[in-house]
Design a protein around this ligand. Structure first.
Ligand code: F1P
Length: 613
């Protein structure tokens, strides 16, 4: 029922210019293309934003349309998933000296952690040896903050993998890079190919192999694409590539959204199918795998059948951000990590302050089970327990702030209610997201304290926890993305004020500048470098330096892309661009004001299409 409802609801949003056409932004891989559906998301109402996000997410489950792109349910993809699941199954049957490593950068590393922890917990519950481990570029602090520079280092990837796997006889290495782009992961995959006696590499990403990144990697002789080509030569035996296309992100390049969701769907389906087989003494079948994937498709539909409530949340969060307030996610149990992850991604994605959207989880680090343990001593940003919320945020909480409770029927509802009362003393802007099972009823006492309630009911199943996580991820992604759209952080469907902290983001910034200013890539790169180094002329030592030097410098500067854009649009100096940006603190307004005045400058006096500001 809900599936048809979701399909009907979003049918008005249709894609007149398909991203699958070979002529559509051919210079970009799918993961970096702009989604034709969301071209005007920056001007949409909260309700419409949710509908647009739902339509984009629906692309994850679209079937093969006969183009060059294979999709989640394509035969070739399911077949490879099945092969990987069988390898996992073998390891589960004979776990001695074996390891399954999930590795990635940024969101991909966070999901590696989330998935590895979940399946280790499931092994522990069965009194089995744990076999999973994770690697995130930049170490555990990257679980909560952006450490994107390590992403560019293939040798660091290799060293970390070697150290983790010391003494192992068999390692199944799952490298996740949504864009088939992270050098950290490419180095690890290449290392695995060179040691086939121990390592079997699996690559998970969402571009065709022909769109893997071609740029040279610092201190390495191969490109990501060349590593993938070598994997292809071994494909199906000693190397596996799972790379369906899921369509461009709603906000261009924001792979934390569909990229992250599809990673979760793919890998959890593979691992859950392997666990079922190993512990029921059967073999992994295509049916079990497909059932899992269809289950996730239902999660998508059920979640977005609550679009109106999601829109309410997004609107209230947007209002908080607009008036300098904060948004806090207070989660219990397994939803804790999902909240922490979504909140922490706002810093690199939207240039947000860590206090803008912040997550807290009931058990703090005790529940997280991360390799490096309690990270609280690293600073306030790493204080993630409910106690921290009570001491750091609660005292100054007001109606300007939004608080969202996230819990399920498996959590201690009494605890949730206690917290709801404490928050309610400070703000009436309290909301809840609750996942329950068919047959049980949500706690009315909590609902009475909240100004909006989103209750989702699920049929009972052994994998329902993972479904709750995905559902919560979709809701929170919509809330954090939508509220930043409402704050004016997005222009069309581009995040213009991105942090240029690694080479992928450096190149993305140049392409955004090119798209919006319509001048050559070379001119855009020059403008970007001037903004990064804060110079009006580029000396030889800057132009001859490498991208790593540029991104290191950029990480200490603010608003470099908007600055470069204003310079390009108006042809002005950096200092003039600075003052123009100061008078338009909202990036979208600044861009629009410049576009209007540049149109005015270039149009003939009688041109009626130019708008005078
Ligand atoms: C990894 C990643 C993203 C992050 C940002 C920089 O991307 O860290 O998670 O949001 O875009 O890159 P990928 O290797 O999964 O493509």
């Amino acid at each position: 029922h809900s599936l048809t409802m979701a399909k009907r609801d979003f049918s008005e949003i249709s894609d007149t210019c398909s991203w699958e056409s070979p002529d559509y932004e051919p210079w970009f891989p799918v993961s970096e293309k702009s989604n034709p559906l969301t071209r005007d998301i920056d001007k949409a109402s909260p309700n419409h934003i949710v509908r647009l996000l739902a339509a984009c997410d629906a692309q994850m489950f679209q079937t093969d349309t006969g183009t060059i792109y294979q999709r989640l349910f394509s035969d070739s993809v399911v077949r490879t998933m099945l092969e990987v699941a069988r390898t996992v199954e073998q390891i589960l049957r004979d776990p001695e000296d074996s390891l399954i490593v999930l590795s990635g950068c940024g969101t991909s590393g966070r999901l590696a952690f989330l998935i590895a922890s979940r399946f280790n917990r499931s092994l522990r519950d069965r009194q089995q040896t744990t076999v999973y481990s994770y690697i995130i570029a930049g170490g555990d602090r990257a679980l909560l903050t952006s450490q994107e520079a390590s992403e560019d280092d293939p040798k660091l990837g290799i060293l970390t993998l070697e150290k983790l796997c010391e003494g192992k006889r068999h390692v199944l290495f799952i490298g996740i890079s949504c864009g088939l782009s992270a050098p950290f992961v490419a180095g690890q995959l290449d290392f695995c190919l060179k040691h086939p006696d121990i390592y079997t590499p699996v690559l998970v990403g969402f571009n065709p192999v022909t769109q893997a990144r071609e740029e040279t990697m610092p201190g390495y002789s191969l490109t990501f694409r060349e590593v993938v080509q070598r994997m292809e030569e071994q494909r199906g035996q000693r190397a596996f590539i799972i790379n369906p296309a899921v369509g461009p992100e709603a906000i261009s390049g924001s792979s934390r959204m569909k990229g992250g969701s599809a990673t979760k769907i793919l890998l959890e389906s593979v691992l859950a199918a392997a666990h079922t087989a190993a512990f029921t003494n059967t073999h992994v079948t295509r049916r079990v795998l497909l059932d899992m994937m269809r289950g996730y498709e239902r999660v998508y539909s059920v979640t977005y059948s609550h679009s109106d409530q999601i829109a309410t949340l997004l609107q209230t969060a947007g209002l908080s951000l607009q008036c300098g307030g904060r948004v806090c996610y207070l989660s219990w149990g397994s939803l804790g990590l999902v909240g922490l992850i979504d909140a922490s991604e706002c810093i690199p994605t939207f240039g947000a302050d860590y206090e803008d959207i912040r997550g807290f989880t009931s058990g703090g680090y005790q529940d997280m089970d991360n390799i490096e343990g309690d990270l609280t001593s690293l600073g306030s940003q790493f204080c993630v327990a409910h106690e921290d919320f009570v001491s750091l945020v609660l005292p100054t909480l007001s109606d300007r702030d939004t608080v969202l409770l996230l819990y399920t029927c498996h959590d201690d509802v009494g605890e949730v209610e206690k917290m709801a009362h404490r928050v309610r003393e400070k703000t009436s802007n309290l909301h809840s997201l609750y996942h329950g099972l068919e047959g049980d009823s949500a706690a009315d006492s909590i609902a009475l304290l909240c100004s909006s309630v989103l209750n989702i009911t699920w049929p009972s199943s052994s994998t329902v926890h993972m479904q709750w996580e995905l559902s919560s991820k979709l809701v929170l992604n919509a809330v954090s993305t939508g509220s930043h759209v409402l704050k004016g952080k997005i222009y069309r469907n581009h995040m213009v004020d991105l942090q240029v902290t690694n080479s992928k983001l450096y190149h993305r910034a140049i392409h955004i500048l090119q798209k919006l200013s319509d001048v050559s890539l070379t001119q855009c790169e020059e403008a970007l470098l001037k903004a990064i180094y804060n110079v009006e002329q580029l000396p030889e030592d800057i132009t001859s330096a490498g991208v790593t030097t540029h991104t290191l410098t950029a990480s200490r500067r603010k608003r470099v892309v908007p600055l470069a854009l204003v310079c390009l649009l108006i042809g002005c100096s950096l200092s003039e661009a600075e003052s123009r940006l100061e008078s338009h603190p909202v990036v979208r307004d600044a861009v629009e004001a410049c576009l209007t005045s540049s149109q005015h400058l270039t149009s003939s006096p009688g041109d009626q299409t130019s708008t005078n500001q």
